[in-house]
Design a binder for this molecule. Structure first.
Ligand code: NAD
Length: 336
């Protein structure tokens, strides 16, 4: 690379970010790893930094973007696919370009979705503990065959399609909904239907669309009322697509029979940290966690070796392109 190396502030970085990004960087940029989240009160940390590299719970609202502009930060490199946490209009107005990782192993998230479904259904999380304690009773572990069930998939982009492909081996009926339909959905044994039909007929509903004003609280009291009694609901997309209070009501009434979450609407205050010695203040989260038929993972759908390798390589490509000051076909700019 002939261009000037960048000083990159890598916010919300963990040991694994350091490991994979350092390996991909091969010394070409100066990566400053910060475990702090980027938000209004941490803005002073961007002093003398050319670019920030951020993740899902960094908060790049208009105040933070104004601050980045004041510190002459020229680029925001997201190391994730979703970009609901960045005010793109403010970034454009500030002349700050934004890049992301549009696809880093959709199979990683699709496989985690399947893991949540199978674990919840066969209650593996409970069986594991029971057997460890010498309790081999099967009472309370009764599951159902996924074979023959109807699966509703909302959002058939990269992850939704990867999930559809995984389901091909199960002998399910797959009903999909998307605002942009894929021409080849029939070839993988699925079909598009409207949302009303999907909610009414699906035994398992899985969310795979981005968080937008249209999908915010997509799962609310009205939609839950449309669902089958005892439905399984899975969200590996973004937490705010589900109204958590409505889902708690659905769980209490028995309408929702199983809930699998990898994301949570207030996860920014909880996830990616060890809070095992803290008093968690979020009563909604704690209520959700008490249900025996709820399984929550802390936004780990993406967390595979293949995905971290891809995230690191594409992030470095995006940084190289910004350093060279030109558009590169391999750069995933969402705003410039
Ligand atoms: P994608 O852009 O390839 O696909 C998203 C699909 O959703 C598109 O087909 C789009 O048309 C559709 N869509 C948009 N608005 C819709 C609406 N109102 N109703 C129905 N469909 C709608 O994205 P992807 O790579 O498949 O990722 C999907 C989401 O998964 C991301 O936005 C992100 O929030 C989430 N994600 C989670 C993890 C994790 O670790 N849990 C990792 C990566 C991505």
């Amino acid at each position: 690379m002939t261009s000037k190396p960048l000083r990159v502030g890598v916010f919300s970085s963990k040991v694994y970010d350091r490991q994979y990004l350092t390996a991909a960087n091969q010394g070409r940029h100066e990566l400053l790893f910060l475990d702090t989240r980027l938000q209004a009160d941490t803005l002073p940390l961007v002093k003398d930094i050319d670019t920030v590299c951020v993740f899902v719970n960094d908060r790049l609202d208009s105040t933070v973007i104004e601050g980045l502009k004041a510190h002459q930060v020229g680029h925001i490199a997201l190391r994730c696919a979703g970009f609901n946490n960045v005010d793109l209009d403010a970034a454009k107005a500030a002349g700050i370009s934004v890049s992301r990782i549009p696809a880093y192993s959709p199979e990683a998230v699709a496989e985690h979705t399947l893991a949540l479904i199978l674990t919840l259904n066969r209650r593996l999380h409970k069986a594991y503990n029971r057997v460890k304690e010498g309790n081999f009773s099967l009472d309370g572990l009764l599951g159902f065959n996924v074979h023959g069930k109807t699966i509703g998939i909302i959002g058939t982009g990269k992850i939704g399609m990867a999930f559809c492909r995984l389901l091909q081996g199960f002998g399910c009926r797959v009903l999909c909904h998307d605002i942009q339909e894929q021409a080849d959905i029939g070839a993988i044994g699925a079909q598009y239907v409207d949302l009303d039909r999907l909610f009414a007929e699906a035994d398992i509903i899985s969310l795979h669309c981005p968080l937008t004003p249209d999908t915010h609280y997509l799962i609310n009291d009205q939609r839950i009322a449309q669902m089958k009694q005892g439905v399984m609901l899975i969200n590996t997309s973004r937490g705010a697509m589900i109204d958590s209070q409505a889902v708690i009501r659905g769980l209490k009434s028995g309408k929702i029979g199983y809930l699998g979450l990898d994301v949570y609407e207030m996860e920014g205050d909880l996830f990616f940290r060890d809070l095992s010695n803290e008093i968690i203040q979020d009563d909604v989260f704690l209520r959700l966690a008490t249900f025996p038929n709820v399984l929550i993972t802390g936004h780990q759908g993406f967390f595979t070796h293949e995905a971290l390798t891809q995230i690191a390589n594409v992030t470095l490509n995006n940084l190289d392109a910004f350093a060279k000051g030109k558009s590169d076909p391999n750069t995933f700019l969402i705003s410039q």
